[in-house]
Design a protein around this ligand. Sequence first.
Ligand code: HPA
Ligand code: MG
Length: 226
Amino acid sequence: MADHRTIKPEGGVGGIVIKDDWPGYRMDLFTYPEHYSEDLECVYLPHGIIMDRTERLARNIMDDLGDHDIVVLCVLKGGYQFCADLVEYIKTLSRNSNKSLLMRVDFIRLKSYLNDQSTEHLHIVGAEDLSVLNGKNVLIVEAIVDTGKTMKALLKHVETFRPKMVKVAGLLVKRVANGVGSLPDYVGFEIPNRFVVGYALDYNEYFRDLNHICVISERGKIKYKI
Ligand code: HPA
Ligand code: MG
């Protein structure tokens, strides 16, 4: 039913490619919460470029789905900021075009990370009744996809509710050696395999209050370890 790509095609997964040697920007070139001053190594993706790329993804989504009614399924917690901004851009585009897109927003909460390591289990720790997805066009909105295993498991779960169509928007896709799972249809950025935080992405629940996507420092990892 769903037509997600499961293997990385030649030339990457789509989106803006951040190369392995990208050093990021020095922290002092930007503003960020003072309480994180020792905990971050660099600004990897400034807030502005995240917003600009999200605006373009919204346009691609409108071009493809603008004539349908859709259910946006936001993957919490990390996806909340991306989802909110993406939905805002889609709303603006919809208002300013002759396409009138009826959009519902639902939420699902997943957890698979402890410290900076993926745990084996996908926990669906909170979900509304997903039977609303039955027969609908669903857009799953996720902040980050690495191995794709979580996405694969989530797709399998979503498909049990028999949606008409499922598309996935992922802000970040990590280049990982063992990427075997599902890839998003809409990709913001393809990034190296580094642990990033900010723009709602967390390390043990910290750093969600950071606008930029940053690389956490060793000191930060130790300070917030559990
Ligand atoms: N940062 C935050 N959460 C994550 C990441 C990451 O790099 N990868 C998977 N979940
Ligand atoms: Mg997390």
